[in-house]
Write a protein that binds this ligand. Structure first.
Ligand code: ASP
Length: 361
């Protein structure tokens, strides 16, 4: 079904300095309390100005596109990421920037996936949402939405200030593929342990310019629409059994595993464990080593307990998040349908290096 796009602050058109397309996907943000039903229900988002009349005071044009199916972000799927990437591509030349309203639960996965899918992006794509529905008096929806819009529309010398995929939440602008949801009750839902905040919004919005991806005017947007779902996450714990590890690595068609290890990338040294992993790598399955710690990085070889992983051919994820690691695997595997040794080598090289600012060298 084609999408309907409406302008939600028509009063801004006459002297608007920018145009932002808001893509509404669902989540807690758009809920209001329905007294008859005694519960929170989604409201007609096209009437958002009734709830946030201050949108009319912004001096840039805001258009709204609502996905045909509004979802709680726990139902997010690669097919919806493809839909979002396609919408951005289809409207890329008509808008200066994009704001995606999204449930908080999987927002970091979506931000990470889009950062890999939107190659050559040179416009802001800012994801935001809320911990409390817009229909609740103390909701954080108002501040998150309005500041995300301000950031999306911000320019300097006629260039967008933040030409990358970001998460804006509770006064912080984070690189999307460095963000993680860490909190389900307080308003400070997101963190970026291994990369500085891109901006802090207080009385003014202070941009951390050296850490924002530089604007590259001569790039054209290319989207990657094939994501390979044959990936998984294997989280280690003391006492994990051979049966559990084998049942995971032997999943038919599996092509990639995010191995969540301890500390600086350490894992058990039991012979059975290393043998199973070696057999898996030798079959051409990519194993990507990501730490269970939010901060710090994987340094394979620092301890004896990670040296073996290095020798087997496990790829170090350095300081990448699990959200970025699993989506990077999906996108890279989708880009490389070949299963031969050269394809695996190419994939291993790309996995080990930053391709969209998601990890440090
Ligand atoms: N379950 C909701 C979602 O992620 C939570 C939220 O929006 O904060 O869609």
């Amino acid at each position: 079904m084609p999408y309907r796009i409406i302008q939600i602050n028509p009063s801004a058109t006459s002297n608007s300095r920018a145009s932002v397309l808001v893509i509404y996907t669902g989540g807690t943000f758009g809920m209001v309390y329905e007294p008859q039903a005694g519960q929170l229900v989604p409201f007609d988002f096209e009437r958002v100005v009734d709830r946030l009349p201050e949108l009319n005071r912004l001096d840039f044009a805001i258009s709204l596109l609502t996905l045909n199916e509004i979802i709680d972000s726990s139902n997010m799927k690669p097919a919806v990421w493809v839909e979002l990437a396609q919408i951005i591509q289809d409207h890329y030349s008509s808008y200066d920037s994009f704001v995606i309203l999204h449930g908080t639960d999987t927002m970091s996965f979506t931000a990470s996936a889009l950062s890999f899918m939107l190659e050559g992006l040179s416009k802001p794509v800012i994801l935001t949402g809320a911990q409390l529905p817009i229909g609740v008096a103390r909701s954080d929806a108002r501040e998150n939405f309005i500041t995300a819009l301000e950031i999306a529309a911000a320019t300097e010398a006629d260039r967008p200030l933040v030409p990358e995929v970001c998460v804006y939440f509770n006064s912080l602008l984070l690189r999307g593929n460095r963000s993680t949801k860490r909190e389900s009750v307080q308003f400070n839902a997101f963190t970026s342990e291994n990369y500085p905040h891109l901006a802090n919004a207080g009385v003014s919005i202070d941009y951390n310019r050296p850490f924002i991806r530089p604007y590259q005017p001569n790039q054209s947007l290319k989207i990657h629409k094939t994501l390979d779902p044959n990936v998984t996450i294997l989280k280690l714990f003391p006492g994990i059994t051979q049966a559990v590890v084998e049942s995971i690595v032997n999943i038919p068609s599996l092509r990639g595993i995010v191995l969540e290890t301890f500390g600086a990338g350490n894992a058990p040294t039991d012979a059975w464990f290393l043998d199973v992993l070696k057999g898996t790598v030798d079959r051409g399955v990519l194993i990507f080593n990501v730490s269970q710690c939010e901060g710090g990085r994987v340094t394979q070889g620092q301890y004896q307990t990670s040296k073996h992983l290095l020798q087997i051919g496990v790829v170090s994820g350095a300081d990448i998040t699990t959200e970025a690691a699993i989506t990077k695997l999906m996108v890279l595997l989708g880009r490389e349908p070949g299963y031969g040794p050269e394809a695996v080598l190419r994939l291993r090289t790309l996995l080990a290096q930053p391709i969209s600012g998601e990890m440090s060298e």
